[in-house]
Design a protein around this ligand. Structure first.
Ligand SMILES: C[S@@+](CC[C@H](N)C(=O)[O-])C[C@H]1O[C@@H](n2cnc3c(N)ncnc32)[C@H](O)[C@@H]1O
Length: 258
């Protein structure tokens, strides 16, 4: 997707984003706990959630670790950032910037160095991940951690087949990210974690119609409606149960006492 289209996509989605996930609060708690544990977060860390969206996960991470320094919630979409709230909740500082801005040093951050950075489902929007991840790694303090959370190249969501196929076509391979983190001087490791989602079928169909995933924005209204018919035929059950599997690519900067 062009940057302009990405911006437009999130402008349209922002107001309903948290509502979509409101039916799966357990998933938010589960994922935030995995973020905190993988990054070994502690309350004294200086942290940034890059491509934080509405801050739905950062808010829960803040609840878990009670940060001494506000978590920097960085996102280029003003509409998504607005959902964080005005004033923002304690422990979160919204910053309107892209991953590229932070990597290049053109975004003003309150901390010179960071102990932990995460990008959850935002790396696929970064045009040149090798350069951007290199720039982000440079902002880490010794012993700092950078985590990229992304979907694998194939997913088992109850979507229509054309959407699943296009997702596979567009999604970067997590192994590429491993290579970028290694090239950036970090010690990389890749693991997969899985949750199981239980979503009301009509609610999920509403999310598809709202194009809750950016890949769905590549389909016209009539293609989406045709896809929804296909989904209804394949899934008559009132509650959809499916695995949500994520690649966790962690890079650790040498040095530091941890
Ligand atoms: C799928 S959403 C994920 C939001 C949040 N991390 C979450 O998991 O709920 C992707 C987010 O990436 C942001 N984004 C798009 N381009 C970006 C870029 N170049 N750098 C950082 N974030 C970007 C979008 O505005 C959007 O909020």
């Amino acid at each position: 997707m062009e940057r302009r289209d990405v911006q437009g996509h999130y402008e349209r989605l922002a107001a309903d984003y948290d509502e979509h996930w409101g039916s799966a609060p357990r998933h938010i708690t589960w994922m935030s706990a995995r973020l905190a544990e993988t990054l070994r977060l502690s309350s004294g860390d200086r942290m940034a959630d890059i491509g934080c969206g509405t801050g739905i996960f950062a808010r829960e991470v803040a609840r878990i670790i009670d940060p001494q320094h506000a978590i920097l919630c960085v996102d280029p979409s003003p509409a998504m950032l607005t959902q964080i709230g005005t004033p923002p909740p304690a422990g979160l500082t919204p910053i309107a910037a892209s991953a590229e801005d932070v990597a290049a040093g053109s975004a003003q951050l309150p901390y010179e160095q960071l102990d932990a950075i995460w990008l959850k489902e935002s790396v696929h929007h970064v045009a040149d991940p090798a350069t951007t991840l290199d720039g982000l790694a440079a902002r880490l303090a010794p012993g700092g951690r950078l985590l990229v959370v992304m979907l694998p190249t194939s997913i088992e969501y109850p979507l229509f087949q054309a959407a699943l196929d296009r997702f596979t076509e567009l999604q970067p391979d997590p192994e590429l990210i491993v290579g970028h983190l290694r090239a950036a001087g970090l010690q990389p490791q890749l693991r997969y974690v899985q949750d199981e989602l239980h979503l009301d079928r009509e609610k999920y169909i509403g999310m598809v119609r709202a194009r809750y995933m950016s890949v769905l924005s590549t389909f016209s209204d009539s293609e989406i409606e045709k896809g929804i018919d296909e989904m209804r035929a394949a899934h008559p059950e009132p509650v959809l149960t499916f695995p949500d599997r994520f690649a966790f690519v962690l890079g650790v900067k040498p040095g530091g006492g941890r």
